[in-house]
Design a protein around this ligand. Structure first.
Ligand code: PGA
Length: 241
């Protein structure tokens, strides 16, 4: 079931996203969070950092699991999601890095790394909140549209459109990895609560299909329709339906 919250400027978007996460952590300082990368959550992470710096929030006992990671980028590559999380959140807060988990995209055996991550997820308590972005093609995590979706953590070949969308972070399209490890749709749907962030008109169509379209593997985000507690935070452009 979806609740939709539309806000009208960037500041409100980021403050609202951060306030939802902060109130959860204030009520449950040992919360387990599923985290996302991409440009959309950066402002929300910034606001969380500010709340931490003001002494209003602590991550000391929080555990996090990230959705996905590119295959083949060294951990210290600036576009690896491991670096992203350090740069945009972890290095600024009091989280214990031993309690932060991201698939290992550079082990040399991506299938094994995916299976390992999956076993960590199976041992983890249900996530209190899963943060999600949405791809313009309707992907969540790196669960790309196709004839089937996979429940468990797995290796995925990135769609050309996803590589093109993410090329803005690399110096050329060729540099964008062709594969990633992603949490599957199963673990995403196990979270007690989902917060999906969508900003900009290029997300409007995907968001509309996710909410109002048929549940189909051609729009992985449409599977969120079966989840009992999904909050969608949009700006005016992504939410112009
Ligand atoms: P973005 O990515 O936040 O960079 O738009 C979202 C996604 O692809 O899930």
């Amino acid at each position: 079931m979806f609740n939709i919250l539309r806000v009208h400027d960037e500041e409100q978007f980021n403050e609202t996203g951060a306030a939802i996460i902060a109130s959860l952590l204030q009520a449950n300082p040992k919360a387990v969070l599923g985290l996302a990368t991409g440009s959309t959550p950066i402002g929300v992470y910034n606001k969380l950092i500010q709340l931490y710096q003001k002494g209003l929030l602590s991550f000391q006992n929080v555990t996090t699991y990230n959705l996905d990671e590119y295959v083949g980028l060294p951990k210290d590559h600036e576009q690896s999601y491991s670096q992203f999380m350090k740069k945009h959140l972890f290095q600024h807060i009091d989280i214990d890095l031993a309690n932060t988990f991201i698939p290992d995209g550079n082990s040399g055996d991506a299938d094994k790394a995916a299976a390992h991550y999956n076993s960590l997820l199976e041992k983890s308590p249900f996530f209190d909140l899963q943060l999600l972005g949405i791809g313009h093609n309707g992907h969540i995590g790196f669960n790309e549209p196709g004839n089937e979706l996979i429940g468990n953590t797995h290796v995925v070949s990135l769609h050309e459109s996803t590589r093109v969308a993410n090329a803005r972070f690399f110096s050329s399209l060729e540099e964008v990895p062709t594969q990633a490890i992603t949490m599957g749709i199963g673990a995403i749907l196990h979270a007690k609560q989902i917060l999906l962030l969508a900003k900009g008109k290029e997300k409007l169509d995907a968001l509309q299909r996710a909410i109002y379209g048929p549940i189909t593997t051609q729009c992985p985000a449409s599977f969120l329709q079966v989840h009992p507690r999904v909050l969608i935070l949009t700006d005016a452009e992504a939410g112009a339906f």
